[in-house]
Design a protein around this ligand. Sequence first.
Ligand code: BES
Ligand code: MN
Ligand code: ZN
Length: 483
Amino acid sequence: MPSPSVSLSTAKPTTAQADALILGIRGDEDKGEFAAILDLLGFTGEKGQTVTFPGGDGIKASTVVAVALPEAPTAEDLRRAAARGVRAAKNATSIALALHPAGVDEVEAIAEGVALGGYVFETYKSAKKDAKKKVLTSIVILSPFARQTTATKAVERAATVAEAVNVARDWVNTPPGDLRPGAFAEAITAHAGTDVRVSVWDERRLAKEKCGGILGVGQGSDSPPRLVTLSYEPADAVAHLALVGKGITFDSGGLSIKPGASMQTMKLDMAGAAAVVAATVAIARLGLPIKITAYACLAENMPSGGATRPGDVLHMRSGATVEVHNTDAEGRLVLADGLALAAEAKPDHIVDVATLTGACVVALGELTSGVMSNDDELGETVLAASRVAGESMWRLPITEEMKGKVTSSSIADLRQHNPKPYGGALFAAAFLREFVGDISWAHIDIAGPSFNEGGATDYTPVGGTGVGVRTLVRLATELSTTR
Ligand code: BES
Ligand code: MN
Ligand code: ZN
């Protein structure tokens, strides 16, 4: 679907030319000339409330969608309100948004909300079904800052970031049979275009490079694994950030097979790789002065006569040996090789993103990602970036207890899985930490927020959410300005 054009205007809400006017109502004081109709429709200003009424009578737009805003809306409030408004105006071909942005950051948030909220995944729907649906072609954001170049730049930035989020969503939503490791590597290469350098290692190269973790996980599938490395190296780089993504294109659990119901959504298990790739390409397109090297670790976790067994020992890229206890704890094995490769490049920081553990969802719920780190300062920087980006994250510790468990294999250097069902997210992080040496590193477990099994809310659609992309772009922005 072609994305609509987004522009800025200083027009007053009442004179804006559009099918639908999205009108933000702050608190109670702001109803102004719309007080009578809003009261009539029972609009109280309660969080999330949306009412629709016809225009005319001094309003140029045919339809008005009033959306409730707090007294002093944050960027995230506006991101959500914009999305809610756009989704309420389903068949509009043109939309004007009057959401009273307090500054350029708020303009950017509105533009993001519009592009994120308008997302739909229709690749697998027969075209005729939606033939009646009108296509949204033009969006105007009303703002007193409309004529400032900083506002124009903010809208462009929002479009780049939202496009990245939507690409990650598309990849997550694609059926797993259509996005096996080879196909995903090709899709990544195509998306990167000429903006970043791409190299793809196939199974033979992975063997030569001693990536026993990625190979061990992938060996049960007849679609062999891949490691895709992206690099963006601007001349003015002030820091080097390495990103590593879990890219299990389907997680059946392997021989430690999952029950059917848990397998249903396991196409989501490449959401980390999707996020780091989409973010890297966005960072390059934004021209941020930071060097990025991203490693997407792609494998399909399947049971077969050739699959890795519980009890096998894998020889990892780092030189460590790992005793496998549960082939369903595969993410840490592919990430371990990606992290080791990242560490070899000696970047300033490494951040990995992974749908790693159900335990993290138990700890933090379905909407909050867990952040674990060997460097408090980086952990806090990631968390701060997530807040600005509007992605809910929370730090979890890597406890001493888990360090002991990770090194407790009787026959190998490390054990892959903690048989006790407690603190699984922390054990996994303690395992990953073994592969980054002394480099500043943070791990983001997105198992909960990567996929929305419920209905669409605000700018979060059903299915893949693209979580992580906005935080990574924000983090790269931080790291390239504060150093
Ligand atoms: N991909 C799953 C984690 C997951 C669970 C992601 C639910 C999204 C939603 C991961 O590979 C997995 O299977 N983890 C196991 C680990 C266990 C065997 C130590 C889990 O969480 O049960
Ligand atoms: Mn698994
Ligand atoms: Zn998995």
